[in-house]
Design a protein around this ligand. Structure first.
Ligand code: SAM
Length: 318
C-alpha cells in the first residue's frame, strides 16, 4: 500500500475513534416519558476481578469523563482510580444505602450530570449493588448504558469446558447447611450448567453438600482466583473435586466460582420417549404396577424391567 494512502487511513480511523470516544455511545432510552434531553447518562461500568490489565480503555475513558462515580466501597475504589490516575469524585452507593442514595444520584443525573456506577470488582449488579439505582434511573427516563468487562461467572464458564449454550447463575447459596441443601435440591434435575459463587470459608461444606445432593459422579469445576497469580481451574467429578479441596487447604482460600454440569437422565430413562411414558402413566392409573409395566412393554416394545423400574420410581415420587 502506498505511504500516502496508509497515512490517510490512519487519519480517518483516528478521527472515527475521536468521534466515538467523545460521544461514548448513542444511548436510546426505551422508557415511557423518557424525554430528558438534558438529563445525564448512568454508565454501568465493569472493573477487573483481579488483573488490572482487564480494565478496558472505554471504562477508563468513561470513569475519567463522568461528573461522579457511585462506588460500592469508596475506600476500595479510590485505590483503583489512583492506579489509573483518575480524579473523578466518588460517592458511596452500597447495598445498605442504595435505595436512599439512589435518589441523590438521580438528582445529579436529572440535573444533567453523567454518573458511573462501579462495584468493588467485576460487573455491578451481579451479586453486587446497583439494582435499585439502575431501576430508579430507568423509571425516571434516564439513559442507562452498560460498559462491559470482567465478570467472574462468565470468565469461569468461558474456560470450564462445560456446556455453555445454556446455563443458570444461582449466585451465593444460603450460608446455613439446611438452606443450602434445600436450594441445591431445587436445582438437582436442572439440565442447564449450574453456576454458583461461594465464599472461601464455605467452599468445602458447599462441595460436600453438592456431592450429597447431585451425586459424586456429576462433572464439576472449581474456578479459583481468576485472573490472579494463583488462578486455578480444576475440573473433576464432584466426589473427586471435594476430595481435592479437602486435601489441600490452599484450595480453601481466595475467591471462587463453582460450576456443575446440568442433570442428564439415566440412560434407561433417556431411552424411553414421552409417548412411552404416556402409555405407562395411562396404564398405571388403571391397573397394578406389575401388570401395567408388562402391558406397556407389549404395546411399546420397550423392555419390561425398564418400565417396571420407571413405574417404581414414579410410585416413590408420589
Ligand atoms: N460482581 C462480581 C462479578 O461480576 O463477578 C461478583 C461480586 S460477588 C460480591 C464476589 C464473588 O464473585 C466472590 O465471592 C466469588 O464467588 C466471585 N469472584 C469474584 N472475583 C473472583 C475471582 N477473581 N475468581 C473467582 N471468583 C471470583
Amino acid at each position: 500500500m502506498c505511504r500516502r494512502r496508509r497515512l490517510r487511513i490512519v487519519a480517518v480511523s483516528r478521527a472515527t475513534m475521536a468521534l466515538c470516544s467523545t460521544r461514548q455511545v448513542c444511548a436510546v432510552t426505551d422508557v415511557p416519558g423518557a424525554s430528558h434531553s438534558t438529563a445525564g447518562t448512568l454508565y454501568v461500568v465493569a472493573t477487573p476481578i483481579g488483573n488490572l490489565d482487564d480494565m478496558s480503555a472505554r471504562a477508563l475513558k468513561v470513569l475519567s469523563d463522568v461528573a461522579l462515580i457511585a462506588a460500592e466501597d469508596t475506600r476500595h475504589s479510590i485505590r483503583l482510580l489512583q492506579h489509573f490516575g483518575i480524579n473523578t469524585p466518588l460517592a458511596a452507593c452500597h447495598e445498605h444505602n442504595e435505595r436512599e442514595e439512589g435518589s441523590r444520584f438521580l438528582t445529579r443525573l436529572l440535573a444533567g450530570d453523567n454518573v458511573a456506577l462501579i462495584s468493588d470488582a467485576g460487573t455491578p449488579l451481579i451479586s453486587d449493588p446497583g439494582y435499585h439505582l439502575v431501576r430508579q434511573a430507568r423509571a425516571a427516563g434516564v439513559a442507562v448504558v452498560p460498559v462491559p468487562g470482567a465478570c467472574a461467572l462468565i470468565a469461569a464458564l468461558s474456560a470450564a469446558g462445560l456446556p455453555s449454550d445454556r446455563f443458570i447463575f444461582e449466585g451465593f447459596l444460603p450460608a446455613k447447611a439446611v438452606g443450602r441443601r434445600a436450594r441445591l435440591g431445587q436445582v438437582k434435575e436442572e439440565p442447564r450448567t449450574l453456576i454458583f459463587y461461594e465464599a472461601p470459608h464455605r467452599i468445602l461444606e458447599c462441595l460436600q453438600d453438592m456431592e450429597e445432593v447431585f451425586g459424586a459422579e456429576r462433572p464439576a469445576l472449581l474456578a479459583r482466583e481468576l485472573t490472579k497469580t494463583f488462578e486455578t481451574l480444576k475440573g473433576l467429578p464432584l466426589g473427586e473435586l471435594r476430595a481435592f479441596v479437602e486435601a489441600d487447604s490452599n484450595q480453601q482460600r481466595g475467591e471462587c466460582v463453582v460450576l456443575v454440569a446440568g442433570w442428564t437422565a439415566p440412560e434407561d430413562e433417556q431411552a424411553v420417549s414421552a409417548e412411552v411414558m404416556r402409555v405407562l402413566d395411562l396404564l398405571l392409573a388403571e391397573m397394578p404396577l406389575k401388570r401395567a409395566a408388562a402391558l406397556a412393554a407389549e404395546i411399546t416394545g420397550v423392555r419390561k424391567n425398564v418400565l417396571y423400574q420407571l413405574a417404581l420410581e414414579k410410585q416413590k415420587d408420589k
